[in-house]
Design a protein around this ligand. Structure first.
Ligand SMILES: [Zn+2]
Length: 284
């Protein structure tokens, strides 16, 4: 069984002492690819360093997705768009992420700040077209506006790929993103029986479109699956993707091996790659 972790922050310094160990255990639990996701320009270099180290030291392929995260909007300046442009030009990014809109924290609801989020979102969609890269969306309490911007920017996820990461909207919103060609990214949150809205949205999409609309992710160090929330487990890690598989296997009544294979192919679809479902790596 092989797994593709489509969204991680595995470069954060919290992992520095244990990254070797976590890579090994992820490998033994089937993880073969993971994506390092950007949030602040000043950390792009760290992502590149971890990726380059992984290329020669780890059995799991690490991919880059540089981008400016809407939650950190107050820290981004226009210079950061230039920095992002340089990283997209200079390094092999697999996607741009994570980008989008976030009005969950009160302080981000301010009109000026929200306008700035939209500006950065649009600029990064334009980069995605320039560099022909999929976008990895972060959306909290702003699904309608994200859809509106994607439409006015004529972003076509069927051609260009993309993932609505750690999906948190309702069933109709989920259907709208899938209809636009995005895959829905499912985290360890699905293991929580109280995540009723999420489970309903996932079930609705599954009933209408089948397995083809989903990818899985840990979003580590966040989104610890319920079965791992005990003892000295402080940080989620890629090996825990297995708990997402276990839960989806029950929810969709699907064999785990088949499910893993389908989700792997969906990751290829969303990221416009062609990695073989095996230990043998095939370049893009
Ligand atoms: Zn993230």
């Amino acid at each position: 069984m092989y797994l593709f972790d489509t969204h991680t922050h595995f470069d954060v310094p919290e992992y520095d002492d244990r990254r070797d160990e976590f890579n090994t255990s992820a490998y033994h639990n089937g993880v073969r690819h993971l994506v390092l996701i950007g949030y602040l320009a000043r950390y792009f270099d760290r992502m590149v360093n971890i990726k380059q180290y992984a290329d020669t030291h780890y059995p799991i392929i690490h991919h880059l997705a540089c981008g400016l995260h809407p939650l950190y909007i107050r820290e981004h300046g226009d210079d950061d768009l230039i920095v992002l442009d340089n990283y997209l030009k200079s390094y092999p990014n697999i996607a741009i992420g994570e980008i989008g809109l976030d009005t969950y924290p009160n302080e981000l609801k301010d009109e000026m700040i929200y306008e700035k989020q939209k500006h950065f979102f649009i600029e990064q969609i334009q980069f995605s077209k320039q560099y022909d890269l999929p976008i990895l969306l972060h959306i909290r309490k702003s699904h309608a506006d994200v859809l509106k911007i994607l439409k006015t920017q004529k972003y076509n996820a069927n051609n260009q790929g993309g993932i609505a990461h750690s999906f948190s909207g309702g069933e109709n919103e989920a259907l709208s993103f899938v209809k636009m060609g995005f895959k829905i990214g499912i985290t360890g949150q699905i293991t929580n029986p109280n995540a009723k809205k999420l489970r309903q949205a996932v079930k609705t999409v599954y009933d209408k479109y089948g397995i083809s609309s989903f990818v899985i992710e840990t979003d580590c160090p966040d989104m610890m699956p319920l079965p791992c929330q005990h003892g000295d487990n402080y940080f989620n890690e890629p090996k825990n993707l297995i708990h997402v598989i276990n839960e989806l296997s029950v929810l969709f009544d699907m064999d785990k091996e088949k499910l893993s294979y389908e989700l792997w192919q969906n990751s290829n679809d969303a990221l416009k790659t062609n990695f073989a479902y095996s230990d043998k790596m095939i370049a893009k």
